[in-house]
Design a protein around this ligand. Structure first.
Ligand code: DC
Length: 224
């Protein structure tokens, strides 16, 4: 099967909309591959910190992006290794989120990560989650979904996640950081976060996870 003919379902939107959960669920139901593109930006952000490279040095950041030594542990689901080191927890910290958003604003870094993302497109299909899956990386996706939710609801969800994990959190700081990241992700010149013209936009503010999943699955059934 030619790569181009492998169906892709693109799930885009800001953090806290539930796109990661719903993308994983759709991939599981369809037995499709899953690309969580945010992980690549998160790993690059951590690699940049480790290498001590300045964010103003786009060429060096892109160089690092091209050579990123990433692996996913098959022993434990969700475990991500950078140069053989388990960074699964580090990439999910607020620092990891902020660094990901910062490197994501560097055009050279985005181009350097493009090929890696395209490589995930393998039979029988791919569910790709991110910010620009439907607008840039997989423009020919058979289905494009853009999830939204109010800033307050997204911050509340993040707060609950952190507290449930026993991590101290402050609503006011979460609100501020989320809105800064939203602004950076949607106002950047390279692949800004916007719904594709042909995307289904779904507001999840007042929806339970199961309701989001069933609405998305209905769209998937109509598209395939
Ligand atoms: O999906 P996420 O919350 O893990 O993404 C973290 C950051 O990575 C996000 O704020 C911006 C960047 N990102 C991006 O620029 N493009 C993508 N396709 C995915 C993530």
């Amino acid at each position: 099967m030619k790569t181009k003919t492998v169906p892709v379902i693109a799930v885009d939107g800001p953090s806290g909309t539930g796109k990661g959960t719903v993308a994983a669920r759709v991939a599981q139901v369809l037995n499709f591959h899953l690309l969580d593109s945010g992980v690549l930006y998160r790993l690059l952000g951590i690699a940049v910190l480790k290498a001590g490279i300045g964010l103003d040095n786009g060429q060096a950041v892109a160089g690092l992006a091209k050579g990123l030594n990433i692996s996913f542990s098959s022993a434990k689901l969700g475990t991500v290794l950078l140069d053989g080191e388990d960074v699964s927890l580090q990439i999910r910290t607020e620092e990891g989120s902020n660094m990901a958003s910062r490197v994501g604003a560097i055009p050279e870094a985005r181009s350097a990560l493009l090929e890696r993302q395209l490589d995930f497109r393998k039979p029988p299909g791919l569910v790709a989650d991110g910010r620009d899956m439907g607008t840039v990386v997989f423009r020919d996706a058979v289905l494009k979904i853009f999830l939204t939710a109010s800033l307050e609801e997204r911050a509340q969800r993040r707060y609950k996640q952190l507290i449930d994990k026993g991590i101290d959190a402050k609503m006011s700081i979460l609100l501020q950081e989320l809105s800064e990241r939203d602004a950076r992700d949607s106002e950047r010149k390279a692949s800004p976060m916007i719904p594709a013209a042909d995307a289904f936009v779904l507001d999840t503010t007042d929806l339970a996870e199961s309701e989001v999943a069933s609405q998305v699955m209905q769209l998937v059934r109509n598209a395939l």
